[in-house]
Ligand binder design. Structure first.
Ligand code: PMP
Length: 330
């Protein structure tokens, strides 16, 4: 046990992140909009929590043995969290990542020492999809486990036991709504389930980027998508085990121009530098605030920081090429 203000290693530093009042949009909406600062986790994202629970559970069940290899298919952040923990505990990591994810995340994984395999993007139904490639690799290697973040509910439990509980405690239970996007669904489902257990009247609303099927699934019961998004790590076309049974009251859809404008507003007015999925989440929180009206408290997730996307979202040439120049640049 460490003294109260000292955290034990990487693992002990995961979680207990600040809950930040986002001043500009709180003033604009007359609501209190709070962002859980997951970019302040030691591996830089919300996925450190899932990575820690997945590895802890694999050790406890005896599947992960000394010197073992943790294999995962990831948009990057889960791989980064897993690799940090593998390094700290004497395991190796092998990470399969679609080659359209940001170069910053891919290079970070390499620097950390992961065995990185980039693959062309492919839909989940295609056997060359990164998730299936990672499963086959895990099956073919000796002393390896597949982290399986989409369907391994250690992920959701991490957010039920930590993120959800922290939000409840940090707000003193005084919140009206929670919204965030889904990649595996672990964050949304774990937090929503915890909050609903404390107070059924808290509204739990999925945020969804274009190109993802969750919005239409919530509204009409079918995973259908329209358009596309340059956000990374979010958007799904199937009901993962982590999302299954989650309490969902509603969904809101956010497009990339709304995402980029809110990212620049947070950067220039609040001094907070965030990644694309956090932009989708905060834009969704603003929509929920507008729906509920002034005087409400809405919580969302600030999944990771903007430095992971400097070569894309925050690059003016890229923005011009994609037609995503932000409204507010100074
Ligand atoms: N944002 C980013 C940047 C992510 O990497 C992820 C994880 N894929 C998410 C959001 C979504 O989190 P979850 O998997 O818990 O739904």
């Amino acid at each position: 046990m460490c003294p109260m203000n000292i955290r034990e290693g990487f693992d002990g530093s995961v979680g207990n992140t600040p809950l930040i009042k986002l001043r500009s949009i709180s003033e604009e909406t007359g609501c209190t909009i709070l962002g859980k600062a997951e970019f302040m986790n030691p591996g830089g994202s919300v996925k450190d929590r899932a990575a820690l629970f997945i590895i802890d559970d694999a050790e406890k069940s005896g599947k992960l043995k000394p010197g073992g290899v943790v294999v995962e298919g990831t948009a990057g952040n889960t791989g980064i969290g897993l690799t940090h923990i593998c390094n700290a505990r004497g395991y190796k990591s092998m990470i399969v990542i679609p080659d359209n994810q940001s170069i910053e995340k891919i290079e970070t994984l390499r620097t950390l020492g992961a065995d990185v395999k980039t693959v062309p993007p492919a839909p989940f139904a295609n056997e060359n999809n990164y998730v299936h490639v990672s499963r086959r690799l895990a099956e073919s290697l000796p002393n390896a486990i597949w982290a399986n973040q989409f369907d391994n509910t250690s992920n959701r439990r991490a957010h039920f036991e930590t993120t959800g509980k922290e939000i409840w405690q940090q707000t003193d239970g005084k919140l009206d709504a929670f919204t965030c996007a889904t990649g595996t669904g672990g964050t949304f489902a774990g937090v929503a389930e915890y909050l609903k257990q404390q107070n059924k009247s808290i509204r739990t609303i999925v945020a969804d980027p274009m190109g993802s099927g969750v919005y239409s699934w919530v509204k009409n019961g079918e995973f259908k998508s329209q358009g596309n998004s340059f956000s990374e790590g979010i958007g799904i076309m199937r009901l993962t085990r982590n999302l299954e049974g989650a309490p969902i009251d509603d969904a809101v859809q956010v497009d990339d121009s709304e995402m980029i404008n809110i990212l620049y507003k947070l950067l220039r007015k609040d001094g907070i530098f965030l990644g694309g999925s956090a932009g989708i989440n905060v834009a969704a929180a603003v929509k929920v605030a507008q729906q509920l009206g002034p005087g409400h408290t809405i919580v969302t997730i600030l999944c990771d920081g903007g430095a992971r996307y400097q070569s894309k979202l925050f690059n003016s040439d890229w923005q011009k090429e994609k037609g995503l120049t932000p409204d507010l640049v100074d």
